[in-house]
Design a protein around this ligand. Structure first.
Ligand code: NDP
Length: 342
């Protein structure tokens, strides 16, 4: 179904997930009639999770995809429009009040403000069994989300950085045993976090090993073992496990803006202080695209809200491009600003 677009939109949200949908909710309630280019795989990483038990307001937990569907419906209720496709290119203006262009294939969408919420993806090992056993069958990319499902189980964490150590320490509260599998004897993790893992009675450090494959039981059920290869002498060994947590880093989906915006060394979009403003006027960034530390649904939703408020303030204060669709109705901008303030 094709979506009606304006000559010039007030605000286009690129990406979805908790950050994008929350930005859409707030901007739609401020009468800015946002358009969300939500991506073909709308809903972001939560579409790949099962139970979410750490999002406030769901005392019984909720399935990730259901939660995203509800976020989306809430934004839709206030008039948000959605394009369920991927943005393919962004032409971002560097002029205050300038018009930005979001490309979706051949379609060009002009807009006064853009909220970027393209998220980040956990890096994968790319070994046999990983994809098949992900999502509820034993392989996970989020210990904070899934550790509690492995009470009393034998588990591994793959990686040697701070995330691996943090995941291992968290997982050790639930699991019987946590083996941290790392490809070299030296760890990248900070000394204090490594020491904490070493001090834990049920955490083992297994080096220098890489995962060769994840194996399901004979009945094709959940994960039962990981096959490891010694990265120095090539010898193999098997670990019987029920859970494997991959913690080898994240990759922000910032490719579309890598030439236009300032990114940190790992590719995360840089914002000004405790705001969502990027270096370009009218361009805001929220969620995991800007955050390599917290990466939670609730923090992403929080920054989505901030981006909406920042965009509203910008639309209120920025000079209006004479082309702009509602340039003839400046009172509408004032109304939106007043609605945001109340
Ligand atoms: P890092 O990039 O720091 O570490 C990734 C780890 O995964 C490295 O040990 C790396 O090995 C290993 N690795 C990468 N690719 C592969 C692969 N293909 N196969 C096997 N192993 C692989 O990522 P983190 O997510 O741990 O941390 C990201 C940032 O977030 C860091 O700055 C970190 O300090 C910060 N952070 C801080 C926390 C805190 O302070 N509480 C908590 C969590 C993260 P190798 O070392 O050999 O390259």
């Amino acid at each position: 179904m094709s979506v009606e677009t304006k000559d010039i939109e007030n605000v286009v949200v690129v990406g979805s997930g908790p950050a994008g949908y929350t930005a859409a909710l707030y901007t739609s309630r401020a009468d800015l009639e946002p358009l969300v280019v939500e991506g073909f795989a709308w809903g972001g990483l939560l579409q790949q999770t099962t139970d979410v038990e750490n999002y406030p307001g769901y005392p019984e937990g909720v399935l990730g995809p259901q939660m995203m569907e509800e976020f989306r419906r809430q934004a839709e209720r206030f008039g948000t429009r959605f394009i369920t496709d991927d943005a393919t290119k962004l032409d971002l203006s560097d002029q205050p009040g300038g018009t930005h262009t979001v490309h979706v294939g051949d379609q060009e969408i002009k807009t006064r403000a853009v909220i970027l919420a393209m998220g980040a993806e956990p890096k994968k090992l790319g070994v046999p069994g990983e994809d098949e056993l992900a999502v509820g069958r034993g392989v996970s990319y989020c210990a904070t989300c899934d550790a509690a499902f492995y009470r009393g189980a034998d588990t591994i964490v793959v990686g040697g950085g701070d995330t691996a150590m943090e995941d291992a320490s968290f997982l050790a509260k639930f699991a019987d045993k946590v083996s941290v599998v790392h490809r070299r004897p030296q760890f990248r993790a900070s000394a204090i976090m490594l020491q904490r893992a070493k001090d834990s009675e049920n955490i083992d450090l297994v080096t220098p090993y890489v995962v060769k494959s994840f194996e399901a039981g004979d009945d094709g059920g959940p994960l039962t073992r990981a096959v490891l290869e010694n990265s120095e002498d090539g010898s193999l060994k098997e670990l019987p496990i029920k859970g494997a947590f991959i913690a080898i880093g994240h990759r922000p989906n910032s490719q579309l803006v890598e030439d236009a915006l300032d990114l940190d060394d790992e590719g995360y979009v840089l914002v000004e202080g405790r705001t969502t403003r990027t270096k370009l006027p009218g361009v805001f960034a929220a969620g995991d695209l800007t955050d390599h530390v917290y990466r939670q649904a609730v923090t992403a939703a929080g920054t989505g809200c901030m981006a909406a408020l920042d965009a509203e303030a910008y639309l209120r204060d920025a000079p209006i491009d004479p082309e702009a669709h509602w340039a003839g109705e400046p009172e509408k901008i004032e109304e939106a600003a007043e609605a945001a303030a109340s």
